[in-house]
Design a protein around this ligand. Sequence first.
Ligand SMILES: Nc1ncnc2c1ncn2[C@@H]1O[C@H](COP(=O)(O)OP(=O)(O)OP(=O)(O)O)[C@@H](O)[C@H]1O
Ligand SMILES: [Mg+2]
Length: 335
Amino acid sequence: MAGSSAPPSSSAANYDLPWVEKYRPSKVSDIVGNQDALSRLQVIARDGNMPNLILAGPPGTGKTTSILALAHELLGSNYKEGVIELNASDDRGIDVVRNKIKMFAQKKVTLPPGRHKIIILDEADSMTGGAQQALRRTMEIFSNSTRFALACNTSAKIIEPIQSRCAIVRFSKLSDQEILGRLMRVVEAEKVAYVPEGLEAIIFTADGDMRQALNNLQATYSGFQFVNQENVFKVCDQPHPLHVKSMVQNVLEGNFDEACSRLKNLYDLGYSATDIITTLFRVIKNYDMPEYLKLEFIRETGFAHMRISDGVGSLLQLSGLLAKLSIVRDTSKAA
Ligand SMILES: Nc1ncnc2c1ncn2[C@@H]1O[C@H](COP(=O)(O)OP(=O)(O)OP(=O)(O)O)[C@@H](O)[C@H]1O
Ligand SMILES: [Mg+2]
């Protein structure tokens, strides 16, 4: 892995390295968030006896990073010969499982006592059922010498017999605070010029995904050399939440026409109905309004999102949603 070798010598090379790689934690203890999951992994790193593992959870939360760090901590200088990494870009049909994985599992490697060879299967939920069946048999046969670490977004896509042979470690989205802490570190290290609202915008667009946060930070910085709200939303090409927020505010204040014309502005800028409704949902979720109203708003937004996903992404559909929200607001006023 790029992150584990010596740091690049020239600063130009440094600049070219994607920040997600440059700042990928190399120790389990440097990974932020998901306390329970990470302390389980730390216990494994300390005791040395790794069970077969499934790490499951949303993108950009540190699953791959955790597995790589754990394997490095367990095997140290034996990493090269003791670990094989296969991700979705490698062909992982039945043949690969039968040949490459089996061959590695059979290979004799001298490791410190109590340690095992590790087979890392990233994005394991994209493996076919047949390949998973073959994997399961390999897992059984070589359980003495070899352990498997699978990373995936949904553990339900891993067949039951594999699940039952693995300890499942669940990851969830990172909190705004966790992402902010990390962003601050990178911003300082790279001497990025920013205003706090710019980082807030990055956190908003990343929605709990650290990879996205770091990529958006780097994209904004390399595009504009300055991180503020405007630049972030330009780079991320998402509707500006402030525009969406003022739309919601207009609905809440009974200015339906004004809300509609703001919606039309956004739509005319070229944002798709999906872009708009995704941002609308996040804005409503964070909006300071009575609980009952918020629940109803989210409910209606959910229905509209479903219709849009079914293919009806018209301006009329979105205007219809604003009308619904206005009615909800009126009836809750009357009650
Ligand atoms: N919890 C975290 N702490 C610190 N950095 C993180 C964390 N999660 C992700 N990152 C950063 O984001 C990058 C991508 O993370 P990683 O590859 O571990 O995500 P993942 O959970 O495997 O996502 P995917 O499901 O898309 O494979 C890392 O290189 C690292 O820079
Ligand atoms: Mg991954």
